[in-house]
Design a protein around this ligand. Structure first.
Ligand SMILES: [Zn+2]
Length: 174
């Protein structure tokens, strides 16, 4: 278990708590003293992810979390929202009971969830994951989000405008 702040391995457990299906441990890094939390959970069975190029690799919650965190970087999400979201995706995968899933399927699950969680994070994730064939596809996706504007709670963030998309893609406005 590496410290998420300094990467060192040694940590001390300060507190453990049982949760449904797992244990939550509060740890303190012995190198940099930062506190962080780990979740241990029972895994019903191993899941292998089949990648686009046909390679298989064991499903990793950490990897999934990392990708989602990246998409949600600096987004105003409530504390714990990302973990909860990853839990939901993971639960969905185990519930399906298959030992192999395609990376595309996981990507779809994530995109579906992000669409509800945060539109900017969704666009960021989708642009990496779905590898939009061209800017037109991406714009279409953004427009379809805009159409559903009335479904978005008022206190949620602003919808990504085409300007925001350009910024995300590092393009200059014409
Ligand atoms: Zn540390």
């Amino acid at each position: 278990m590496n410290c998420p702040y300094c990467g060192k391995q040694e940590s001390r457990v300060i507190d453990s708590r049982s949760l449904d299906g797992g244990v939550r441990r509060r740890r303190r890094c012995l190198a940099c003293n930062t506190r962080f939390t780990t979740h241990e959970r029972v895994q019903p069975h191993d899941i292998f992810v089949i990648k686009k190029d046909g390679r298989r690799e064991e499903f990793s919650r950490d990897k999934l979390l990392l990708g989602i965190r990246k998409a949600c970087e600096k987004r105003p999400l409530p504390t714990g929202a990302i973990d909860k979201f990853v839990d939901a995706v993971e639960a969905e995968l185990y519930k399906a009971g298959k030992s192999e899933v395609s990376s595309a399927h996981i990507g779809d699950l994530v995109m579906e969830g992000l669409k509800k969680l945060d539109h900017i994070a969704y666009i960021r994730f989708a642009s990496v994951y779905r590898e939009f064939a061209d800017i037109g596809d991406l714009k279409q996706e953004v427009d379809s989000l805009a159409v559903r504007r009335d479904l978005t709670p008022v206190n949620q963030l602003a919808l990504p405008s085409s300007l925001a998309v350009d910024t995300l893609l590092g393009r200059k406005r014409r």
